[in-house]
Design a protein. Structure first.
Length: 255
């Protein structure tokens, strides 16, 4: 077997996937070997189909009762074809959660792409993220309830992607604070609020859905956070040591 990126002639014992196909650039990792998949459009289409179907099956049956065989059948894929993309339910869970994080990353990037004003970029960020949370409530619950079920390497990869999103939002917040268009004693804390508060739409929907319209909740969360950023705070923005180097004291507007 050659040592290049393209490998053929694998035996059945070698077909033990360690990472789902197409996760990380359209390749399948088989033990220590990597098969490069040429047809990227097919990879993306099948990956999207598996995620779409898995989300529906998880929603209807619950994550734990659902089986890989059921997901494959619902996606119209043979067991062998499905195994080229996801060998286990852990693989499928990773694909679903990874797509969710990618989706709100892309939503925020699109929302601020044509928005030069730093304050409006903060508002656009909050709105874009909150709208994705509102639209993907089942997946938000899944990430909170089942993230621990992921194999350690995948869990770390997903958390790293989530941290990338957090850093993107923190950069937007810090720029607005330095420009003096928002008031925050601590950009790290503000970013935590922005990236967590919208999750209440999913985490508290068991009660809220009987009393509040989702569209209203999105607007109220955006306004609630923005109003808080328009008022000068007298709270000391310093943080104790050991905050992972993430805490930054940002300039308070007018001070």
């Amino acid at each position: 077997m050659s040592r290049g990126n393209r490998r053929i002639g694998l035996t059945s014992s070698e077909r033990s996937l360690s990472i789902p196909a197409a996760v990380g650039g359209g390749s399948i990792t088989v033990k220590d070997e990597t098969i490069r998949i040429k047809d990227q459009s097919l990879v993306r289409a099948r990956q999207a189909k598996i995620v779409e179907v898995a989300r529906r099956v998880f929603r209807e049956k619950g994550f734990h009762p659902a089986t890989v065989r059921e997901i494959g059948a619902a996606a119209g894929l043979t067991q062998g074809t499905l195994y080229s993309y996801a060998r286990s339910k852990d693989d499928i869970l990773f694909l679903v959660l990874d797509q969710l994080v990618r989706e709100y990353q892309e939503a925020v990037k699109a929302a601020i792409a044509q928005e030069p004003d730093p304050k409006n970029r903060v508002r656009a960020t909050i709105r874009a993220f909150t709208e994705v949370v509102s639209q993907r409530q089942d997946d938000i619950l899944l990430i909170y309830h089942e993230l621990h079920a992921l194999e350690r390497t995948r869990r770390r990869k997903l958390l790293a992607r989530t941290h990338e999103f957090f850093e993107d939002v923190a950069g937007i917040v810090e720029k607005a604070a330095v420009d003096g268009v928002i008031s925050t004693p601590n950009a790290y804390f503000t970013t935590q609020v922005i990236t967590f508060l919208p999750a209440m739409i999913a985490l508290r929907r068991w009660d809220m859905r009987d009393h509040l319209a989702s569209r209203d909740v999105v607007e109220w969360i955006v306004d609630f956070i923005m109003r808080g950023l328009e008022h000068t705070s007298d709270v000391d923005g310093s943080a104790p040591n050991g905050a992972g180097g993430q805490t930054k004291l940002t300039k308070t507007a007018g001070g």
